[in-house]
Ligand binder design. Structure first.
Ligand SMILES: Cc1cc2nc3c(=O)[nH]c(=O)nc-3n(C[C@H](O)[C@H](O)[C@H](O)COP(=O)(O)OP(=O)(O)OC[C@H]3O[C@@H](n4cnc5c(N)ncnc54)[C@H](O)[C@@H]3O)c2cc1C
Length: 406
């Protein structure tokens, strides 16, 4: 086709940037627009997020060149403890790790880690480093565009006034996607009236790569191992979900009172003295899903298409599955000289990705609801479920494969 670019990707977050790097390596002419400036050094004020990336996603980031550019090596997750508080108040009657379910190296194929912890500011710096060194990729940042779509092409007018054309546009512009709204694609949002409180802890003793997910009736509490730094050799991130009023109370506490409450939720893990290594961050929680993934010469990917409850740390992992699918089908179509914006191709992407994404979204939603109730019947059922997983290797095996994204 006679367009200036094969593809325009709107949004240079983890999903848009990874896809851009992968497809540029296959020879596609790509324009990437990112509204924020790119920084090749980790930002001084990160957004507090740390991502648990499934082991199965690592090769995708390696192929894109992003994994190798991470300023701090990612932390492997080698053990996962899951506990169900069974409605007990933590300080009064603590659940311990031994009461719950633990996944260790024996459960992982070929002794591989279950996943990797990467902090958002390090991932964004790695993305910026890779984007700026990628031949064939036209990166504009900070920049936005105005889009018009017709049967034959997508037309993009940049802030500079320049107008260019592309065969296909990918909206990778996050949860509030303007392109999704402009295309009139409907969205269902499921609010939880809960907030995720995110902080980084420094502790005296090493975590040995272990992660903890403690299900409490008010919401899950997760401790996730982070790589050490010179200042703090032993660090963990916490993602603590609770009602807005209670989160407001926790964040108003002095550091010593806050860390005491954290210790109550660690199910007996011995990390020595714990201190706060930074400020708190809060995120109101909601799931959401787009009713379609395509419109004329437009596709949605990542959070623009689906947003998950972070209970299982699967939001970005799901976005990377979109990237894998798009890398395959757009790479193949380009190699065959096909029109990347052909309606059949866009529908094919939706057929391949949306059902699995919806199933994962429903699974995370169900997990949030099942573990947030104190109804005796459900409490007993989920306890039985955890115990079955503890005793049945085949059940554990299937679960581990799925969680690792293999
Ligand atoms: C507390 C918390 C913890 C989480 N933990 C995990 C986890 O452990 N594991 C996991 O897999 N996921 C996790 N997630 C989910 C994860 O953060 C998202 O799924 C992921 O960031 C989505 O990536 P994205 O690139 O699609 O969107 P985003 O990260 O939102 O990036 C969108 C990009 O588009 C740009 N943009 C927006 N609008 C425009 C525009 N008009 N023009 C140009 N550019 C634009 C933005 O600047 C941004 O760079 C967590 C989320 C939260 C809130």
């Amino acid at each position: 086709m006679g367009t200036d670019y094969d593809l325009c990707i709107n949004g240079g977050g983890p999903i848009g940037a990874t896809l851009a790097c992968l497809l540029a390596r296959k020879g596609l002419r790509i324009l990437l627009l990112e509204r924020s400036p790119l920084s090749t050094t980790p930002a001084r004020n990160p957004d507090g997020r740390a991502y648990a990336l499934a082991e199965g996603i690592r090769p995708l980031l390696e192929d894109a060149g992003i994994w190798q550019a991470l300023p701090l090596p990612p932390q492997p997750i080698t053990t996962i403890h899951v506990t169900d508080s069974q409605g007990r108040i933590p300080a009064a009657s603590r659940s311990t790790i031994a009461d719950g379910l633990s996944f260790t190296g024996d459960d992982a194929p070929e002794d591989r880690p279950f996943g990797w912890m990467v902090e958002a500011h390090n991932l964004l710096a790695a993305i910026a480093r890779t984007l700026t060194n990628q031949p064939g990729l036209d990166v504009r940042a900070p920049a936005t565009g105005r889009f018009t779509f017709s049967r034959d092409e997508a037309r993009i007018t940049l802030d500079t006034g320049e107008t260019v054309t592309a065969s296909l546009v990918i909206a990778a512009d996050g949860r509030q996607s303007l392109l999704r709204q402009q295309a009139g694609i409907g969205l269902t949002r499921i609010p939880y009236n809960k907030i995720a409180l995110v902080s980084v802890l420094a502790h005296e003793k090493p975590h040995h790569g272990s992660a903890l997910e403690n299900f409490l009736p008010q919401g899950p509490f997760a401790r996730l191992p982070l790589p050490g730094t010179e200042t703090h050799p032993h660090r963990s991130a916490i993602v603590w979900t609770d009602r807005p009023g209670r989160i407001a109370h926790f964040t108003s506490l002095d550091a010593a009172s806050f860390t005491r409450l954290v210790e109550d939720r660690l199910c007996g893990e011995d990390l020595g003295t714990i201190t706060l290594a930074g400020r708190h961050w809060t995120y109101p929680l909601a799931s959401q899903y787009a009713h379609r993934y395509h419109a004329t010469r437009l596709l949605l990917a990542g959070d623009a298409a689906h947003g998950l409850h972070p209970v299982a740390g699967q939001g970005m992992n799901l976005g990377f599955r979109d990237v894998r699918t798009l890398n395959d089908i757009l790479g193949d179509a380009h190699a065959r000289g096909q029109d990347l914006g052909a309606p059949a191709l866009l529908q094919h992407y939706q057929r391949l990705s949306r059902p699995g994404n919806l199933a994962m979204l429903a699974g995370c939603d169900l997990m949030e609801r099942l573990f947030s109730t104190n109804m005796p019947l459900i409490r007993h059922a989920r306890h039985a479920g955890l115990m079955a997983m503890k005793r049945l290797p085949s059940l554990r095996h299937g679960f581990v494969q799925k969680a690792m994204g293999l």
